[in-house]
Design a protein around this ligand. Structure first.
Ligand code: PGA
Length: 258
């Protein structure tokens, strides 16, 4: 079995003030004692807090943007370019989050092009995708995920710099997480898809993380699934629960790979 480093991202979305970011970092994140060789930890504050968060966080924890522009620097009001994220000394961005897709109209093609551009400029990418409730109820989850993966693949030039975040839209911010079995079913399909459509090596090494109402209550069961390599956490990443999620992820890695 491949020995994948687990990965936990905290997606802070459009939340927080300088005071709350400081409190979260000083009281929850920095005191968390885990083995960062087992669990890579990356948090994504709003863009105007990126530098502030970086200055307060311990070096083992990385900072990610939540999005980046399809364009380079220039006359694109409100956009942040990959070059500018790199210029801050940061190396991660989230792309394709369902809120970007549904609220801001980002299509599979736009997400794929953004991934391509981010990688070309040296960023690593947390690439998000997942089915909505209607699609799950129509039993087309695996088709939707395969379509989203195929679009992402078009943009991916270096799989070692990509973490795949499976985030069923119906589970995001709803308090209704996928069950461990539901998550495992899709994660296994994703790994199979990678094996068939990319390579056995990429299938073995790519981290496939789950997002959607991950909490301190369900993290241990979800991480126990063989194809779940970590989480992208929204609401709970703003709370002390995040420490519990990180510790549960670390504990499972330690149990699996003593
Ligand atoms: P949630 O968000 O944990 O609040 O459901 C997850 C996400 O949107 O990445």
């Amino acid at each position: 079995m491949a020995h994948r480093q687990f990965f936990v991202g905290g997606n802070w979305k459009s939340n927080g003030t300088q005071a709350s970011v400081r409190e979260l970092i000083e009281q929850v994140l920095n005191p968390t004692q885990i083995d960062f060789a087992r669990v890579q930890v990356v948090v994504a504050p709003v863009s105007i807090h990126l530098q502030f968060a970086r200055s307060l966080l311990k070096p083992e924890i990385s900072v990610s943007a939540q999005n980046c522009s399809l364009t380079g620097p220039g006359a694109f009001t409100g956009e942040v370019a990959a070059e500018q994220i790199i210029d801050l000394g940061l190396s991660w961005t989230i792309l394709g989050h369902s809120e970007r897709r549904t609220l801001y109209g980002e299509t599979d093609d736009v997400v794929s092009k953004k991934v391509n551009r981010a990688l070309a400029h040296g960023l690593s990418v947390i690439a998000c995708f997942g089915e909505n409730l209607q699609e799950r109820e129509a039993n087309v989850t695996l088709d939707v995920v395969a379509r989203q993966l195929a679009a992402l693949k078009e943009g991916i030039t270096d799989w070692s710099k990509v973490v795949l975040a499976y985030e069923p839209v119906w589970a995001i911010g709803t308090g209704r997480n996928a069950t461990p079995e539901q998550a495992q079913e899709v994660h296994a399909m994703i790994r199979n898809w990678l094996g068939t459509n990319v390579s056995a090596e990429v299938a073995a090494h790519t981290r496939v993380i789950y997002g959607g109402s991950v909490t301190d209550q369900n993290a241990a069961q979800l991480i126990a699934q063989p194809d779940v390599d970590g989480f992208l956490v929204g609401g709970a990443s703003l709370k002390p629960a995040f420490k519990v999620i990180l510790e549960a992820t670390n504990a499972h890695h330690l149990a699996q790979f003593p």
